[in-house]
Design a protein around this ligand. Structure first.
Ligand code: ZN
Length: 203
């Protein structure tokens, strides 16, 4: 399986990092070794002093498809969950300045903690979903899918023009504003529509 991530899909987050608001989706990938499941602890790597949390809604691809038309894209995902796109912001910043790829900042082991997945038909409106992240009991990120620049169907249509999507692939759909540093000892809890899905510590 593969993990496709969307960058800058919420305007306020693009602005907080002084990035332009994109006109087409910005994508990058993480390998399957980035996955961290079952709320296991995240071990802070020693190659970065500025690992940031990015709370995101994650789509699980339900069947193989390429060149998927936007109007049929809803058939290609049945479940959604939450994930953290851990980012070594210090490494990313250096690589951005030099115009280099982001993999070292984004694709390291366990940089993609994910929750369990929930059938999408359990939600009344996928574009009115509230999700938020608490860091040591304080809300640090708060998003609503009504603020997405590119909705889920658009992302699936866009990505599948270039990359065949397969059953079990994950799409991280971008983070709202409020990203920030995590430290050893921190406790992260992520909620989707009030339901606690992520709950783990940084070790
Ligand atoms: Zn992200």
């Amino acid at each position: 399986m593969k993990i496709i991530c969307i960058g800058r899909n919420y305007a306020e987050h693009a602005k907080e990092l002084n990035n332009p608001v994109p006109t087409v989706p910005v994508i990058f990938m993480k390998p399957d070794t980035a996955i961290l499941k079952d709320n296991k602890p995240f071990y802070h790597p020693d190659f970065s002093n500025d690992i940031h949390h990015e709370l995101e809604i994650v789509l699980k691809i339900a069947k193989e498809g390429k060149h998927i038309a936007e109007k049929f894209a809803h058939k290609y995902y049945n479940e959604i969950g939450l994930g953290i796109d851990f980012t070594a912001r210090d490494i990313q910043q250096k690589h951005k300045e030099k115009g280099l790829p982001w993999e070292l900042a984004k694709s390291f082991d366990h940089s993609a903690p994910i929750s369990h997945f929930i059938p999408k038909d359990q939600f009344k409106d996928l574009y009115q979903l509230n999700f938020h992240l608490e860091l040591n009991g304080q809300t640090v990120q708060k998003g609503n899918t009504s603020d997405l620049l590119f909705q889920f169907e658009k992302l699936i249509a866009f990505v599948s023009q270039y990359i065949t999507l397969k059953k079990g692939d994950l799409i991280f759909t971008g983070t709202p504003e409020g990203v920030g540093k995590v430290n050893i000892g921190d406790h992260l809890v992520g909620y989707l529509e009030g339901e606690k899905l992520l709950d783990f510590v940084i070790k």
